[in-house]
Design a binder for this molecule. Structure first.
Ligand SMILES: [Zn+2]
Length: 482
């Protein structure tokens, strides 16, 4: 059976609920905080932000799994035709995770514990018949297609098959559930090797609840409590359901294994992660009949963010943070006692200038591309929780120009230098000589679940249901599949 057409995934049959209401669930603020996925503490896991580039095969530079923590928000989602959020799937979905994107001249080496793998191409011709090859196999581009070489076994020479075009499908032999091996890691599911205009993409098609343990294991610290793991499992599953629906038929993968989607380390033996996914199997967060894009980040700093304008321009994907009312100076109690509660950074003004110029060039902002040396950087606007949403950059001759707070953070962090990065946009900035001194709170974009806050709640004995109710108010946990 052919599963794929050209380089795009075949349309699957999940039904979209055409509910056009903007989600207005609140991240708890007033009495409780809110936040969501994003960056993580430097000692650990990767992080979480969720947005991938929008264009199909002609890709934007989407970082791969080696992305560092400071680049957790490389790009904000560009406007694409809004797609309503999906209703809860009745059966366990399969998600497509791009685990790596490689240069076209790269030789891809795949292994398997069984010593054999089954290989086929989406195009069937005499040359493209299904083939059981001895591992490790080597895959390289040849013309419009592929050349695959099997391992040499004792007494048997290596074999080569050529495939004229299309995607290569690689899977374990029937009944063998052991994962595929690539780059010294194990990856559950079936592998697709996809050629794009400029890269070779490795994409795993994997059942949702086989995918999630490798997400949770990377997102949270091993010592954290079980209810934080369970809350994270449901949030990550909900996010993945939305992404699967969002990219269906539009791109040859749903998510990347990295901070632009969710961290993913492939197969894991982490029992806390495995248990959390098993205990919550099939459960997703639902609001008004549709699954919620349950963003999360490392630490909200007590001032959560809205999803709109920070992570997405798609109103369907909004998550609104609860207003703290008139008292926006008061932070909510959440993650203030954790190791990432506060941060400081000193960044040379010349670096800030060059990074903003680069951002301006890449984002068609001529005013930033020609930016002079900043003389002041101020918070120009805040959300209802008091979190900065815009900064004003002043220069001696150029007057002042405005930039969205997360765009500012993306611009500063794009250099990938953890020593001169912004952990969050919840900060104030003071010019001191040739440097800017940043004083901030939290870590990450601050939308949705606050991972450190969730751990704090779990540590105090609150359940995963209480954690989710706090960070995704007005949602309910629904058993989508069993
Ligand atoms: Zn928090």
């Amino acid at each position: 059976m052919k599963l794929f057409t050209n380089n795009y995934r075949a349309l699957r049959s999940s039904t979209l609920l055409a509910t056009a209401t903007t989600l207005l669930f609140v991240a708890s603020c007033a009495n409780e905080p809110t936040a969501v996925p994003s960056s993580r503490p430097s000692q650990i896991p990767a992080s979480t932000t969720q947005l991938a580039p929008e264009s199909p095969v002609t890709e934007n530079p989407i970082p791969n799994s080696t992305t560092t923590i400071v680049t957790d928000l490389p790009m904000k989602a560009k406007p694409i035709p809004p797609k309503p959020l999906p209703s809860p799937p009745k059966t366990e979905p399969e998600v497509a995770i791009r685990i790596e994107t490689l240069p076209l001249n790269q030789v891809v080496i795949i292994n398997h514990a069984a010593g054999r793998l089954q290989i086929s191409s989406e195009h069937s011709s005499a040359d493209d018949q299904e083939w059981t090859a001895s591992t490790p196999i080597e895959i390289r581009i040849q013309g419009e297609g592929w050349r695959v070489t099997s391992a040499k076994k004792t007494g048997t020479p290596s074999q080569t098959h050529e495939y004229s075009a299309g995607e290569l499908n690689i899977q374990s032999l029937n009944g063998d559930k052991r994962p595929i091996q690539w780059n010294k890691k194990e990856w559950p599911g079936k592998l697709r090797v996809v050629r794009t205009l400029s890269n070779i993409d490795l994409v795993m098609d994997v059942k949702m609840d086989s995918y999630l343990p490798g997400v949770i294991a990377k997102e949270l610290y091993p010592s954290w409590c079980e209810d934080a793991y369970r809350a994270q499992a449901i949030a990550a599953r909900s996010y993945a359901v939305v992404e699967e629906s969002r990219w269906e038929g539009r791109r040859h993968y749903d998510m990347v294994a990295g901070q632009q989607s969710q961290a993913w380390i492939g197969a894991t033996k982490n029992t806390k992660a495995l248990d959390a996914v098993r205990d919550t199997r099939g459960q997703v967060l639902v609001h008004d009949g549709v699954v919620v894009p349950a963003y999360y980040s490392s630490a909200c700093g007590g001032r959560p963010a809205n999803a709109l304008g920070v992570l997405t321009d798609n109103p369907f994907h909004n998550i609104v943070c609860v207003s703290t009312g008139n008292n926006s100076k008061k932070r909510t109690s959440c993650c203030e006692t954790t190791s990432v509660a506060t941060w400081k950074a000193f960044i040379a003004l010349t670096k800030i200038q060059s990074r903003l110029q680069a951002w301006g060039s890449a984002n068609s902002r001529a005013d930033f591309a020609a930016l002079q040396l900043p003389t002041a950087i101020e918070v120009a606007d805040k959300n209802s929780a008091g979190r900065p949403t815009q900064f004003r950059i002043q220069t001696r001759k150029g007057g002042s120009i405005m930039i969205d707070s997360e765009d500012f953070r993306r611009a500063i962090n794009a250099a990938g230098d953890p020593k001169s990065s912004m952990r969050s946009s919840d900060c104030s900035i003071r010019i001191a000589g040739a440097n800017a001194e940043f004083s901030g709170r939290g870590f990450g974009h601050g939308v949705g679940l606050c991972q450190h806050g969730a751990q704090e709640m779990g540590r105090k004995g609150e359940s995963f249901k209480q954690i989710l109710a706090r960070y995704y108010p007005q949602t309910m946990i629904v058993q989508a599949w069993k």
